[in-house]
Design a protein around this ligand. Sequence first.
Ligand code: ADP
Ligand code: MG
Length: 464
Amino acid sequence: MANSELTKETAVADPTLAWKNCLLKIKEHVSQMTYNTWFLPIKPIELQDSTLRVQIPSQFFWEWIEEHFNDLISSTIKDVLGNNAKLTYVISEDLPKAEPLESRLNNQSQVIPEKKQKQTIESNLNSRYTFNNFIKGEGNQLARAAAGAISDNPGGTSFNPFFVYGGVGLGKTHLIQAVGNEILKKYPDKKVIYLSSDSFTVEFVESIQSNRVNEFSSFYRGMDVLIIDDIQFLIGKEKTQDLFFHIFNTLHQSKKQIILSSDKPPKELKGLDERLISRFQWGLTADIQPPEWETRIAILKNKAEAYGMKVSNEILEYIATNITSNIRELEGCLIKLLASASLNSKELTFELAKQTVKEIATERKINNITIESITNNVCDFLGVAENKIRDKTRKKEIVLARQLAMYLSKQLTKSSLKTIGLHFGGRDHSTVIHACNSIENAKSSDESLTNIIDTLKSQIEFSS
Ligand code: ADP
Ligand code: MG
C-alpha cells in the first residue's frame, strides 16, 4: 500500500519544481551570462519516473548544450532527482510530434462541471509563441492583423481558412501558433490542435496500419480550431490529401476555424489536389515578407533583451544589415554570438559579430537543402519524371533515381528515415535503409556512380 502511494507521488511530481532545483545548482557552476543564455530558456514539461522532459528552443541550442554542458546537466539532475534520473529534450521547432492518438485524449475525471465529462486534448502548441513577442512590421502586417481578429472570434470571421504563406524563417509557425495560444487563453474550452502536415501524414499512415482511420478522422473532425503547418508537404500524398479534404469540409461547414501555413500561395502548390487549392482560397490568404531593416533591428533588440544580454547598437546594426531574409537566422546569429562570447569569455566585439555572420552564411548553404530540391535535381539529371519517383514502378532507371534521391536526402538533410520514406510515395524506413545500402554497394563497384553522386551533390548545393 505504502509502496503504491509512493509511486503515485513520483508519477505526478512537479517538473517545474524539479527544474527550479536544478537551476539553483547549475547557477553555482556557470557565469551569469552562460546561465541566462543557455539555462533560463529551457522549460520543464514533464517529470515522470525520474525522467525530466524539457523543452529547448532550437536544434542549435540543443547541440550546444549537449557539447558543452552534458556533464554538468547529468550530474545536477542526478543530485536533484536521484541516480536513475534522466533528462530528455524536446526541441520547440519539432514540438508537434505526433503523439499516439489515445495519449492526447485524456478524460479530466477530477473536474466534472456538467453531466458530460470534459475532454481535453494536447494542443501541441508551444507557449513560447505569442502575439506579445511577435514583432509587427510591414512584411507581416496583414497576417498579424488577421491573426488577431481570428483569435477574437475563431470560426466566426470570413478568414476561414486562414492561409499564411512565406519563405523560411519568417514567422509563419510563430504566428499560427500564437493564434492557437491566444484562442486557448480567451476560450480555454475550445479544442485547438496544432501539427505539421508531416505529422498529420505520419499519424494517418499509422492509423491505416492499425485499422483506426475512422478514429483518426473523427478526432480531427471534432476540433474547434485545426492548425496545420507547412501544408506544402501534402504534395504527392494523395490519400492523405483526400482525407484532409473531407476533414476540411466538415470543419468548414460547421464554422470551425482552419489555419494553414505554406511556403507558397495556394495557386502555386503544384501537385496538390485542385479541390484543396480552391478551398484554400475561400478565406483569407496572407503572405509574410522578409522584415525591413527597422523591423530586423526591433527583433534583434527584443531577442537580446529576452536573453538578458547587452549588445551594442553597432553590432545589432551590423547583423541587421547582413542578415536580411530570415528571422530564424537573425535569432541564430545572436545566440551564436552570445554563446561564443560567454563560453570563451570573449568580449562581444564587432570582430566576433562579423565572424558569426560569416558562419551563419555557411550554415545557410547546408540547411537550404530539402528533399524536394534533391529529388528535383536527381530527376533532372537522370531524365526521369518527378511524379514517377513516387510510383510503385520497378523500372530500372526509376528505381535508381528513387534510391539516389533517398540516399542523398539521408546524407544532405536532417530528415529522419521515416520522413524520407514518406516523401517517396509513403515508403517505410526500411526501404530507405535498403536504398542507402544499395547505393553504397553500387558505389564500391562502379566508379562512375561516385562521379555522378559528386556532380549531383554540387548541383544540389549550388541550386539550394
Ligand atoms: P517559419 O515557420 O516561417 O519558417 P518561424 O515561425 O519558425 O518561421 O520563425 C523563425 C524564428 O523567428 C522563430 O524563433 C520565431 O520566434 C522568430 N520570429 C519570426 N517572426 C518573428 C517576429 N515577427 N517577431 C519575433 N520573432 C519572430
Ligand atoms: Mg515553420
